[in-house]
Design a protein around this ligand. Structure first.
Ligand code: ADP
Ligand code: MG
Length: 377
């Protein structure tokens, strides 16, 4: 049966509304010595948990739990295998999916999504995998043929810009009668192979990064959205068609720009970025609360665009990137509060242990003492 993918605008769709899986990735400590020389302020506690110093009370630690926690040793391959690969087969069955990197600038969003030549991230790995899955299907001669295409766009200051057609104007977002979201006029480049993708995507993504250093770190203020579309067509009558969409999104930095004292145009940008990110967090919260309440997709361009690929029958993963250095503390704290499934306050000082006892043994002793003494809530 030709499967239509659509999302109810919240109210009635509680049964079909799926959760957004939330993973947190902590990048390695990069500062040789941060300004206070205090070492990291966050550390992992196993495959789902981490702890961070409580700035309100240094005798306490805050522990958070997520669907998945990726510690600083986690490789690009592990992140891909755990968080992304399992959702890709759905794209070949007319379902939609989205993967986001969230977090403050400098915490590893681009590393996670794009990566480098030596350490390719989710984007190249996912595209490679999609072609692999298509090849397998085509070898099976199941009566369907597949075509893969890409679009690449940016939401900057609540404007939708085509990154494959430089100089393009703000594009409108529309919804068709089946509640599929589309952007008429957006460039769609057919892809025959992964090499094809590399040829078209790499220059466009480099464009964006180089321009960014000139224009007020634009890349940290805009959402970069790669769309991979797989159209599956029946070779014989009745020639049915199914379309699956995969959105791979490198979000704008989640840092609170009000604190950095931006003014004028920058302040306006911050407002717009905050609106999209703020709405995204409300959408994710509404989906994960699962009560069937209104999901505010229409409140920002980003969430409107992603409406048919976030929640509903779609498969979504949010990777929250965080950095261990103290100067990121407040941005880390707010990113964790957004991402966490649960949070617990534990009576155990984090700072003193880190500063006075940088070796493992005293940390272990402190943990044993705490375990012996039970944990305070
Ligand atoms: P963002 O896109 O969130 O601003 P980046 O991806 O540019 O952050 O990462 C900031 C810096 O940290 C870059 O130099 C990047 O190479 C490095 N980095 C990020 N994550 C990791 C990681 N997991 N392992 C090693 N280096 C990382
Ligand atoms: Mg980046």
């Amino acid at each position: 049966m030709a499967q239509r993918v659509s999302v109810n605008d919240g109210a009635a769709g509680s049964k079909r509304t799926s959760r957004v899986r939330v993973a947190v990735r902590l990048r390695p400590y990069l500062d040789k010595q941060d300004e206070k020389g205090e070492g990291p302020c966050v550390r992992g506690l196993g495959p789902q948990k981490l702890e961070i110093i409580n700035w309100r009370n240094a005798t306490e630690t805050l522990q958070y739990q997520f669907d998945v926690f990726h510690g600083e040793q986690t490789t690009q391959q592990e992140v891909f295998l755990t968080s992304v690969k399992p959702i890709l087969p759905h794209i070949l069955n007319g379902q939609n999916a989205s993967v986001f990197a969230y977090g403050p600038t400098g915490a590893g969003k681009t590393h996670t999504m794009l990566g480098s030549q030596e350490q390719p991230g989710i984007i190249p790995r996912a595209v490679k995998e999609v072609f692999k899955l298509v090849d397998v299907q085509e070898k099976e001669q199941d009566g369907w043929e597949y075509s893969v295409g890409m679009s690449y766009l940016e939401i900057y200051n609540e404007k939708v810009l085509d990154l494959l057609s430089p100089g393009s104007q703000d594009l409108p977002i529309r919804e068709d009668k089946d509640r599929n979201i589309l952007i008429p006029g957006l460039t769609r480049t057919p892809l025959l192979s992964f090499t094809d993708f590399d040829t078209h995507f790499i220059p466009a993504s480099l464009n964006r990064t180089t321009a960014s250093t000139k224009i007020n770190q634009r890349s940290s203020r805009s959402h970069a959205i790669l769309l991979i579309k797989v159209v599956k067509s029946q070779r014989g009558p009745p020639h049915r068609q199914q379309t699956g969409k995969l959105y791979l999104v490198d979000l704008a930095g989640s840092e609170d720009n009000r604190r950095t004292g931006n003014q004028g145009i920058r302040l306006k940008e911050s407002g717009a970025i905050n609106l999209s990110l703020f709405t995204l967090s409300k959408v994710v919260d509404a989906l994960n609360a699962g009560a069937g309440g209104r999901v505010p997709y229409r409140d920002s361009k980003l969430t409107r665009l992603l409406q048919d690929s976030l929640g509903g029958s779609a498969h979504s993963v949010m990777i929250t990137n965080i950095a261990p250095e103290y100067r990121y503390y407040f941005d880390t704290f707010s990113a964790l509060n957004f991402a966490a499934k649960s949070k617990q306050i534990v009576n155990r000082p984090f700072v003193r242990e880190t500063v006075l006892a940088p070796t493992i043994a005293p940390l272990k002793r402190a943990r044993e003492e705490q375990e012996a003494g039970g944990s305070g809530e």
